[in-house]
Design a protein around this ligand. Structure first.
Ligand SMILES: NC(=O)c1ccc[n+]([C@@H]2O[C@H](COP(=O)([O-])OP(=O)(O)OC[C@H]3O[C@@H](n4cnc5c(N)ncnc54)[C@H](O)[C@@H]3O)[C@@H](O)[C@H]2O)c1
Ligand SMILES: O=C(O)C(=O)C[C@]1(C(=O)O)C=C[C@@H](O)C=C1
Length: 294
């Protein structure tokens, strides 16, 4: 049971956590904090949080759990203000999509042995953002990855794990660097690709015809290009190395595809496409058999 949970950034991710914890009766009070009073009032009106303040120092007073659920670029700016007023026994955690940068920011502000910070990342979301998009079952049967550091307090890890388990999530643990490499491949690269594809088409002279005649394939492939540009700008900037590595692997693979088409190498194309189809089909079967994560 959490007495006072403070959520910085009551949008899709923070709001969905609040809704799930409220449904389970796991928090006595949930307080929101950000820069926008109208958004926070909306969160109160929707029954997502109990109250709010625009003052981070006031927010964290008497807190036992503090969650950062703001865009990656906003996390570092909040930390010095939180540090000034955070109770010694409170736990700080985050829901950010990249882990290396927030770990570095926390180490810079709190020191390289701050044991009460538990880095985390729910592998669940949607292309909509804001508190209006928050839903209580967003995390049910989805993975939440924690990337604790060698000096992280094990009790703090257990408290954060327990909080996420209440939402129906399945917990995993992995090193920060591995997290950022894996997510660059499975999440960040696909988003870069979707944004880039739509942008490429937008710049073609026949763009109106392209969008008029686009069908299911285009819609499925580009759903995530409707995601929030601020969030994705920040993810790209904070996971630079791993994303650039994935982009360059994809560029090499795309060039090979182009060469096969140029050489009219049907067998080469078929081999590659069959390999990809088999891998994608097995992944879908794995999900349909009730294994966690979609
Ligand atoms: N959307 C997803 O699918 C998803 C999934 C997993 C993790 N995440 C991560 O969770 C975090 C939040 O994402 P979201 O989808 O809930 O975004 P969101 O836009 O729905 O919510 C973000 C909230 O942060 C607030 N905010 C923005 N800038 C701020 C600042 N400078 N100071 C204080 N508050 C600020 C906004 O008012 C908003 O309430 C991000 O770090 C994102 O990378 C997102
Ligand atoms: O389903 C979506 O729309 C998402 O983009 C969710 C998604 C992803 O799967 O890539 C996006 C970012 C996260 O950090 C975690 C999950």
């Amino acid at each position: 049971m959490i007495k006072k949970l403070v959520i910085f950034g009551v949008g899709l991710i923070g709001g969905s956590l609040a809704l799930a914890l409220r449904e389970a009766g796991y928090c006595q009070t949930i307080v929101g904090c950000s820069r926008n009073a109208a958004h926070l009032q909306k969160a109160v009106d929707l029954g997502v949080i109990d109250g709010f303040t625009l003052n981070p120092q006031e927010a964290v007073q008497d807190a036992d759990m503090i969650l950062l659920a703001v865009p990656m670029g906003a996390m570092g700016k909040l930390l010095p203000q939180i540090k000034q007023a955070m109770p010694a026994d409170a736990i700080l955690t985050d829901a950010g999509s990249t882990k290396g940068s927030v770990v570095a920011e926390v180490e810079r502000v709190f020191g390289k042995d701050f044991a009460r910070f538990v880095p985390g990342h729910p592998i669940a979301g949607r292309e909509m953002s804001g508190v209006e998009a928050a839903i209580p079952d967003l995390y049910a049967n989805r993975r939440v990855i924690l990337t604790p550091l060698p000096y992280t307090d094990p009790d703090a890890v257990v408290a954060v794990e327990t909080m996420w388990k209440v939402t129906g999530a399945v917990l995993e643990s992995m090193p920060v660097e591995l997290h950022d490499q894996v997510l660059a491949a499975t999440s960040h690269l696909p988003h870069v690709l979707a944004f880039s594809l739509v942008d490429t088409l937008l710049n073609l002279p026949m763009r109106e015809a392209i969008f008029r005649y686009a069908a299911g394939g285009f819609r499925d492939f580009t759903r995530i290009a409707s995601s929030d540009p601020v969030m994705w700008r920040d993810i790209c900037l904070t996971n630079k190395t791993a994303i650039l590595e994935m982009i360059s692997k994809l560029q090499a693979d795309l060039s090979e595809f182009a060469a096969l088409i140029e050489q009219q190498d049907g067998e080469g194309l078929h081999t590659r496409m069959s390999r990809a189809k088999q891998a994608r089909d097995s992944y879908i079967t794995y999900l349909e058999n009730g294994k966690t994560d979609k």
